[in-house]
Design a protein around this ligand. Sequence first.
Ligand SMILES: *Cc1c(COP(=O)(O)O)cnc(C)c1O
Length: 229
Amino acid sequence: MNATEASGRPDPAVGLAEVRAAIAAACLRAHRTPESVTLVAASKTVSVEGLEPAVAAGQLVYGENRVQEAQGKWPLLRERHPEVEVHLIGPLQTNKAKDAVALFDVIHSVDRVDLCRAIARRCAEQGRRPSLFIQVNTGAEVQKAGVLPQELDALLEACRSEYDLDVAGLMCIPPVDEPGEPHFEVLAAAADRHGLKSLSMGMSSDYARAIEYGATHVRVGSAIFGSRA
Ligand SMILES: *Cc1c(COP(=O)(O)O)cnc(C)c1O
């Protein structure tokens, strides 16, 4: 029995092939090149041994939700595979900014001024500059991370002028019980208005649609690694 079978999860190479084909098809429909979309494999709850077959299948970009879980997995995986890139896609507490700046290549969940300040300070201390996305709470859900759409302009301005942080793009997680399209549209329009080139949107259930709306980064977990139940 191999590690994948032992974990009770499907072989990620199979899901990866399907997702890559669906990304290529969506790009064709949207008159985009497949290279314009980065597949971020959402690897929360997947163990180091469960990730190895995905890396072997050529998947080099991963997204983790929690700093602590990522710290337990990625130093070892990076030692084995220096070419991998790890993104933080879950919410970030200010007191974890130091560890997050040290570990991640990209942070998708910047959503408030005190976090910008903490990230800027840790970047200066560590001489690192992870790429940053601002998470927008497009559904204005009370429990959800992300800056409210009407507060985005002020946050971007603070990032740029007060903290000298380069913002690469915007990220959103639409409400689970709503179609994603209106949220993708709002996020794409906001990015366009601010001259931001990257859009992190779309998950297993809707990444193909997100690509048609301009997603440059799709965060796909269960379609690759199986359900997390
Ligand atoms: C888990 C997660 C994903 C991937 O979700 P799936 O539905 O499994 O594809 C994407 N983005 C974020 C922020 C996540 O936490």
